[in-house]
Write a protein that binds this ligand. Structure first.
Ligand SMILES: C[S@@+](CC[C@H](N)C(=O)[O-])C[C@H]1O[C@@H](n2cnc3c(N)ncnc32)[C@H](O)[C@@H]1O
Length: 388
């Protein structure tokens, strides 16, 4: 059992049990509205902070249901207090539920890995004592997501008050915990990188995740070229789907990357946009049992190799209503500055043929924006393909 009245240490930090006396020292460290951007509330003056710390120093909630552990993070080399570490545990022990951790580091001490070090230390102590560990993190708080990920937590699809629930693996149920590919065969891209797609989203924004819809998609939308029920294939964090949904169309975005889907769901909630996001394999879309009038593929087609494309094209056909439209935005081979997996017009025309249920009606030059090209992005094709 972890002793909440005891301190503990990490490589560079001493963690001291929090008392009301720490308030005077910590009030200036934590006196910054920016610290509350993702956790709500506002900085407290020293007196109010002392009252709060006095309550926390009881180490137990007034109803006795929860145990509270709070520690000051003190840098051993300088003697300076830089933040706090917290755990809330059911008094009934590990069988009664997970231990919930949280942390805050003053702005001046950020970027030095103190939160990671303290979170890793606390999670290790808790796990040794038999606890599973959970944290709730705002989807836009990338620094905290990196801390959680380093401490061995993974995001779930659960969203509570706009925050994503992260847990240590022993609490994760189902295939994802044991099989990073969730029971499906890895795609050629995943075999090449040796990692599931989800890994691209776990440690900060993926290279293609610009946090905005692609201008080519925005243009299509402004021209009224999305109609009826819309499917966004490989939607990632959902910026394109959310843009289309914000125009009032019913949209389902799907992806195999659970982290990206959790971000998409939380962003939809934050922006008050109604859109559906679900885990699905682009190579098994018939399992959705639904059809759509417009389908968007922004950056998915080009990740599939020649062996996978026929299966993907058939899978798309199974969910696109006859007369419906598919838009494929992919990296083009028309350089300079081509992106990875460049695709030729001939490859697009070879994949989508009348025999496979499709008619390519236009292929236009376009651009795809990424986090590693300049503002103009990379050369792309925007193909308009009709379902026969
Ligand atoms: C290059 S990213 C593009 C993401 C998003 N469309 C965008 O524009 O930001 C490709 C996306 O396809 C997803 N993906 C790859 N293979 C998939 C599959 N078999 N089924 C569903 N999604 C897949 C990846 O997880 C990733 O989110």
């Amino acid at each position: 059992m972890i002793d909440l009245d005891q301190g503990w240490r990490t490589e560079r930090l001493d963690l001291e049990p929090l008392t009301a006396d720490h308030a005077a020292e910590l009030a200036p460290v934590l006196d910054d509205a920016a610290l509350h951007e993702f956790i709500g509330g506002a900085p407290l003056p020293a007196r109010a902070l002392a009252q709060r710390y006095a309550r926390l120093a009881a180490r137990r909630s007034p109803d006795g249901e929860q145990l509270w552990g709070n520690w000051v993070m003190r840098v051993r080399a300088t003697g300076l207090a830089v933040g706090t570490m917290q755990v809330t545990m059911p008094a009934g022990g590990p069988a009664a539920g997970p231990a919930e951790v949280a942390w805050v580091v003053g702005l001046l001490a950020q970027g030095r890995g103190y939160a990671k070090e303290a979170a890793c230390g606390l999670v290790a102590l808790l796990r040794e004592a038999g606890w599973t560990v959970a944290a709730h993190i705002h989807p836009a708080h990338l620094a905290s997501q990196r801390v959680a990920s380093t401490a061995g937590l993974s995001p779930t699809q659960e969203v509570q008050d706009g925050e994503i629930r992260w847990v240590t693996s022993s609490e994760r149920s189902g295939t994802l915990a044991e099989d990073p590919f969730g029971g499906r065969p890895p795609t050629s891209h995943e075999r090449m990188t040796g990692e599931p797609w989800d890994a691209s989203y776990r440690d900060g924004p993926a290279p293609w995740d610009t946090g905005r819809p692609q201008p080519a998609v925005v243009r299509l939308a402004s021209e009224g070229r999305f109609a009826g029920a819309v499917l966004d294939a490989g939607c990632g964090t959902g910026e394109n789907a959310l843009h289309v949904a914000s125009l009032g169309l019913p949209v389902l975005g799907f992806d195999v990357a659970e982290t990206a889907l959790a971000v998409a769901q939380a962003t939809a909630g934050d922006r008050g946009i109604e859109a559906e996001f679900a885990a699905a394999d682009a190579l098994q879309l018939e399992r959705l049992g639904r059809t759509f009038e417009t389908v968007l593929d922004c950056g998915l087609f080009h990740t599939f190799d020649g062996d996978e494309r026929p299966g993907y094209v058939a899978s798309l056909a199974s969910v696109t209503g006859h007369g419906g439209t598919l838009y494929v935005l992919c990296f083009s081979d028309d350089g300079p500055g081509t992106g990875p997996h460049p695709v030729s017009q001939a490859e697009l025309r070879a994949a989508f043929t009348p025999v496979t249920g499709w008619n390519v009606t236009a292929i236009e030059s376009a651009r795809v924006q990424t986090n590693y090209h300049d503002d103009d992005g990379a050369p792309a094709w925007l193909a308009t393909i009709k379902r026969i």
